[in-house]
Design a protein around this ligand. Structure first.
Ligand code: NAD
Length: 482
C-alpha cells in the first residue's frame, strides 16, 4: 500500500496485523489548513483487532528475538534509506494530516530516518558486561534480553518522529510491537511501516491498530501478554495508564506534558531573547511538549523583552503550511482550538493582558503574548499546547528559578544570559529533564537522552540516545562454572 503523492486525494489507512493491511474506512481525517480536504480515511479498531495484533506479535517474537541484532539493525538501516528517499512525499502527507509547515514536516521525516539509522548501529553495540566472579573457574556476565511484546502509544504532535524514537530501539532490541498511533495522525506511521516492510521486516514484528485511546489503547495496556508500555501524551492519560499497567507489573515508560519556562535576565540581548522564545513558543504552532509557554523576566529585561517579543510574534502569522514562507501552521483540531480560545478568556478573567494575538480565523490562531501574568494564574500553571506565551516578572534570579520550579511539570527549561555563573546555577537548580542556555526549549538531538522530571515523565527510563534501549531490555546475570 503506497500513499498517493497528491495530498488532495485521501489515502486509505489500515490496521497492520500479522503482515496484512486490514480494516474498512469508517472515519476521515481532514487537513486543518484546508478543512474541505480529506487527507485519510480510517478504520476504527476494537478488541478484535487488539487481540489479533497481540497474537501476531507474540507469534513473531521467538523468530525476531533469535535474529542477530546486527541483522535487525540492518533492516532499520534500509528503512532509513527508504524514508529519506520518500521524504518529500511523506512530508506532504504529514503536513496535511497534522498541519505543521512543510519544512517542519519534511525535517521530521528526516529525523525519523536519522533515528532509524542511529539504531541500525545499535544492533552492533547491544551487549552486557563481563565481571570477575568471587567463585573459582566461573565466568560471570550479563546479557540484555528483549522484554517481549511491547505496546507503543503515541500522540499526534510528532506523528512520525515519536513513533520512530520508540519503534527503532524496541525493534533493534528484539521486541515485537503493537503500535497505537494518535487517531488524528495515523498516516505518517503507515508510511514508516511501509518502509520497514520494504526493508525486510518480517510479518507480525510490527503491528498497528488504529482506533481510540479508550478502546484500543486501554485494551493494550491491560493485556497480560504486553510486557511493556511506552506512552507519550498528556499527563492525565499517562497517570491512568501507569495505574493499570504497573498494577500487573508491566514495565511502563511515560513522557507527558510540560509548562516550559525561559528566564530572561537583565543582561540578555532583548532581540536574541525574543528570537529564542518565539522559536520555542510559536514553532510547531506551540504544539510541542517542549514548547516555551512561560517567560520569567527580571526587572531590567522585562519591558524591552516584551516589546521585542511582540514585534517578533508578527513574523509568525499562521497560514497553510504547504505554502512558501509560512512559518506557523494551523492548530491541529477543533478541540485544541477550543482549548486555545478558552484560555484567552481565562487569562482576561484572571487579570492578565493579551498584548498581541489571542484571536483566530478558522484553525489559524495568532501567535499570542500574555503579560501581567502571575504564578497563581491558570495560564502560568496549566499546559495550553498552543502558540501562547505567558510573561511573568521576577525580582531576581532566585525568584525566577523558584517560579520555574513551582510548576508540577519539569520537561525543559531555558535561560537567556551571558552570565556564565547564572547559567550554570540554572542548569544545576532547574527541576527539568532538559536545560537550554541561549537556545529555544524545543529542538533535541537524537543521540542524547530525553525525558522530564516530576509530572512530565515517569523518570525511570530515558528515551533517545544510547539510553533508549534500556526500557526495551531486561538484564540477565549468568554464572558459568567450568
Ligand atoms: P493524549 O494523552 O490525548 O493521547 C496520547 C495517546 O494516548 C493517543 O494515541 C491516544 O489515543 C492514547 N490514549 C488516550 N486515552 C488512552 C487510554 N485511556 N489508554 C491508552 N491510551 C490512550 O495526548 P495528545 O493530545 O495526543 O498529545 C498531546 C500531549 O502529549 C500533550 O500533553 C504533550 O505535552 C504530550 N507530549 C509529550 C511529549 C514528551 O515527550 N514528553 C512529546 C509529545 C507530546
Amino acid at each position: 500500500m503506497t500513499a498517493t503523492t497528491d495530498s488532495t486525494t485521501a489515502t486509505a489507512v489500515r490496521h497492520l496485523i500479522g503482515g496484512e493491511w486490514l480494516g474498512e474506512p469508517v472515519k476521515e481525517r481532514r487537513n486543518p489548513a484546508r478543512p474541505d480536504e480529506v487527507v485519510a480515511e480510517l478504520p476504527d479498531g476494537g478488541p478484535g483487532e487488539v487481540e489479533a495484533a497481540i497474537a501476531a506479535a507474540a507469534e513473531a517474537l521467538p523468530g525476531w528475538r533469535k535474529t542477530a541484532a546486527p541483522a535487525r539493525g540492518a533492516i532499520l538501516g534500509r528503512a532509513a534509506e527508504l524514508l529519506t528517499a520518500r521524504k518529500q512525499e511523506i512530508g506532504r502527507d504529514l503536513c496535511a494530516e497534522e498541519g505543521k509547515t512543510l519544512t517542519e514536516a519534511t525535517m521530521e521525516v528526516q529525523r525519523a530516518s536519522d533515528i532509524m539509522r542511529y539504531h541500525a548501529g545499535t544492533g552492533w553495540r547491544l551487549g552486557g558486561e563481563s565481571l570477575p566472579s568471587s567463585l573459582p573457574n566461573t565466568h560471570l556476565y550479563t546479557q540484555h534480553e528483549p522484554l517481549g511484546v511491547v505496546a507503543l502509544i503515541t500522540p499526534w504532535n510528532f506523528p512520525i518522529a515519536i513513533p520512530a524514537w520508540k519503534l527503532a530501539p524496541a525493534l533493534v532490541s528484539g521486541n515485537t510491537v503493537v503500535m497505537k498511533p494518535a487517531g488524528l495522525t495515523p498516516l505518517s506511521v503507515q508510511h514508516m511501516a511501509e518502509c520497514l516492510i520494504e526493508a525486510g521486516l518480517p510479518d507480525g514484528v510490527l503491528n498497528i491498530v488504529i482506533g481510540s485511546g479508550s478502546t484500543v489503547g486501554d485494551a493494550l495496556v491491560r493485556d497480560e501478554r504486553v510486557a511493556g508500555v511506552s506512552f507519550t501524551g498528556s499527563t492525565d492519560v499517562g497517570i491512568k495508564i501507569h495505574e493499570i499497567a504497573s498494577a500487573r507489573m508491566a514495565r511502563v515508560q511515560l513522557e507527558m506534558g510540560g509548562k516550559n519556562a525561559v528566564i530572561v535576565l537583565d543582561d540578555a540581548d532583548p532581540e536574541l531573547a525574543a528570537q529564542v522564545v518565539a522559536q520555542g513558543g510559536y514553532g510547531l504552532t506551540g504544539q510541542a511538549c517542549t514548547a516555551t509557554s512561560r517567560v520569567i523576566a527580571t526587572p531590567g529585561a522585562h519591558d524591552a523583552f516584551v516589546d521585542a517579543l511582540t514585534k517578533a510574534a508578527s513574523a509568525w502569522a499562521p497560514g497553510d503550511g504547504q505554502q512558501d514562507g509560512v512559518k506557523m501552521g494551523p492548530v491541529v483540531s477543533d478541540s485544541q482550538l477550543e482549548t486555545d480560545r478558552s484560555y484567552m478568556d481565562v487569562a482576561r478573567e484572571e487579570g492578565a493582558e493579551v498584548a498581541t494575538g489571542g484571536t483566530n480565523e478558522d484553525f489559524f490562531f495568532q501567535p499570542t503574548v500574555l503579560t501581567g501574568v502571575s504564578q497563581t494564574m491558570r495560564v502560568a500553571r496549566e499546559e495550553i499546547f498552543g502558540p501562547v506565551i505567558s510573561v511573568l516578572a521576577a525580582g531576581d534570579l532566585d525568584e525566577a528559578i523558584a517560579i520555574t520550579n513551582a510548576s508540577p511539570y519539569g520537561l525543559t527549561g531555558g535561560i537567556v544570559t551571558n552570565d556564565l555563573k547564572a547559567a550554570m546555577r540554572f542548569a544545576d537548580e532547574a527541576e527539568v529533564g532538559v536545560v537550554k542556555i541561549n537556545r529555544p526549549t524545543t529542538g533535541l538531538d537524537l543521540n542524547a537522552p530525553f525525558g522530564g522530571y516530576k509530572q512530565s515523565s515517569t523518570g525511570t527510563f530515558r528515551e533517545q540516545g544510547s539510553t533508549a534501549t534500556d526500557f526495551y531490555t531486561r538484564v540477565k546475570t549468568v554464572y558459568m562454572g567450568a
